[in-house]
Write a protein that binds this ligand. Structure first.
Ligand code: SF4
Length: 355
C-alpha cells in the first residue's frame, strides 16, 4: 500500500474511516469543505503557472473550477485565493503541485503533493495553503516535516516550511531541524507498519476490533457518517470528565449519522413523492414559509387590533434583534421596564471561548 500523510493521519484520527476508504475502498461522500479546498488549490496552482494575478482572472477561474469541484459559492474561492499572503508567495513563483513518492522503509512508501516550493539561496522554501478555520504551526502535524524530508533528500538543502492560512491571512514559518524530520519519518514508518500488520490480520480478527470507529469532532465532516454503524459506546450517564468527553464525541457522531440518514430519506421522498409511514406518523416533505411584515403591514395590524378593541401592544412584540438594531442595550431594555425571564439552560455546541 502506498501511504500519504493524509492516509496515515486518517488512520490515527479514526481507523474505521481509514478502513472504509482505503481497505474496502468505498468512495467517500465529498464534503463541502473538501470540495472548497480542492477548488482553491486548483485556482492558486493555475495562478502560479500563468503568473496572472488579476482579480477578474481569479474570478473566472473560481467560477469554472468551483463548478467542476461542486462548490456552491465561487466568491468564497476568490476571497480565499485573492489574499495578500497568497499573492506575495505566488509572485515569487516556484514548483507547484509537485507529486512525489519516497521509500521511507522497505515496507512503507510515502507519496505527497507539495503545493509550492522554491530554492532561495542556500535553503528551500516549502509552502502549503490551508483553508482550515483553526491555525497551527508547521511542526504541530507531521505533514510539512515529511514533505521537507523529501525536499531535503532531493536537494541536499535545509528546508523552511510555511503554512499560509487563507481564512485569516496568517502565516506560520519554521525551519525544520534534523531531529524534527527524523521524528516525522519515524511516525510515518511506525504507523504504516501498524496498518499493514492489521490488514494481514483481517482474516482472523473482526474488522471492528482492528479498525474501530473513533468518534470525535471530525465526524461532522466525515463522508462515511451515513454508513458508520459501529457500536454506540457508553450511553450511560457519565461519571467522570473523560466519560463526559467520550459521550460528547459520540453525540457528534450520532448527529452526523442522523443528518446523513435524513438526507438519504429526503432524496427518496423527493424523487418518488411518496410519504414514508412510521407507526401512526409519516415522514413527508412539507413546504415551509413565513410572513415578512413590512412596516406598513405592522401599522395596519396595529389599527386592526385597536378597531377590535384589543390592546395592540399585547400582540405586537419587539424582537431582541430589532431592539439591538435600534441600539438598545440589555440595560436600556431593563430600564424601559422590560422583564428578563430566565430559561432553563440548553445544551448547545458552540465555539470554545464564545459566551
Ligand atoms: S463518522 Fe466518525 S466514527 Fe464514523 S467513520 Fe466517520 S470519523 Fe469515524
Amino acid at each position: 500500500m502506498l501511504f500519504s500523510y493524509s492516509r496515515l493521519d486518517k488512520y490515527q484520527t479514526c481507523p474505521k474511516s481509514f478502513y472504509l476508504k482505503y481497505v474496502v475502498q468505498i468512495p467517500e461522500k465529498p464534503t463541502a469543505s473538501l470540495a472548497l479546498g480542492k477548488a482553491v488549490h486548483a485556482v492558486i496552482e493555475n495562478v502560479v503557472k500563468t503568473q496572472n494575478f488579476s482579480k477578474p482572472y481569479i474570478e473566472i477561474l473560481a467560477k469554472s473550477l468551483g463548478e467542476a469541484y461542486g462548490v456552491e459559492n465561487p466568491e468564497e474561492i476568490v476571497w480565499l485565493a485573492f489574499r495578500d499572503a497568497v499573492l506575495k508567495e505566488v509572485r515569487q513563483g516556484g514548483t507547484v503541485e509537485e507529486q512525489f513518492e519516497l521509500e521511507l522503509s522497505p515496507e512503507v512508501r510515502l507519496q505527497g503533493f507539495i503545493d509550492l516550493w522554491r530554492e532561495n539561496g542556500s535553503k528551500i522554501e516549502l509552502i502549503d495553503w490551508k483553508t482550515n478555520y483553526n491555525t497551527y504551526t508547521p511542526t504541530d502535524t507531521y505533514q510539512l516535516p515529511l514533505y521537507a524530508y523529501y525536499l531535503q533528500e532531493k536537494t541536499g538543502k535545509p528546508v523552511a516550511g510555511r503554512l499560509v492560512f487563507l481564512r485569516t491571512g496568517e502565516v506560520f514559518e519554521q525551519e525544520f531541524t534534523q531531529m524534527e524530520l527524523k521524528e516525522a519519518v519515524g511516525w510515518a514508518v511506525a504507523t504504516g507498519k501498524e496498518i499493514l500488520q492489521k490488514i494481514e490480520q483481517l482474516n482472523e480478527v473482526p474488522e471492528d476490533l482492528l479498525f474501530p470507529a473513533s468518534p470525535s469532532h471530525l465526524c461532522e465532516f466525515c463522508g462515511y457518517a451515513g454508513i458508520c454503524q459501529g457500536q454506540i459506546e457508553n450511553t450511560s450517564e457519565p461519571q467522570s470528565y473523560n466519560e463526559a468527553v467520550k459521550l460528547a464525541e459520540e453525540i457528534i457522531r450520532i448527529e452526523a449519522i442522523l443528518k446523513e440518514k435524513k438526507e438519504q430519506l429526503y432524496k427518496y421522498i423527493e424523487g418518488t413523492n411518496i410519504p414514508i409511514p412510521v407507526g401512526e406518523k409519516e415522514f413527508r416533505l412539507v413546504g415551509e414559509g413565513y410572513f415578512k411584515w413590512t412596516p406598513e403591514a405592522v401599522k395596519k395590524a396595529y389599527e386592526y387590533a385597536v378597531q377590535k378593541g384589543l390592546d395592540p401592544f399585547k400582540y405586537l412584540s419587539l424582537t431582541s434583534t430589532n431592539a439591538e438594531k435600534m441600539g438598545l442595550t440589555d440595560e436600556d431594555i431593563k430600564s424601559l421596564g422590560a422583564e428578563w425571564k430566565e430559561r432553563k439552560p440548553s445544551l448547545k455546541l458552540v465555539k470554545r471561548g464564545d459566551n
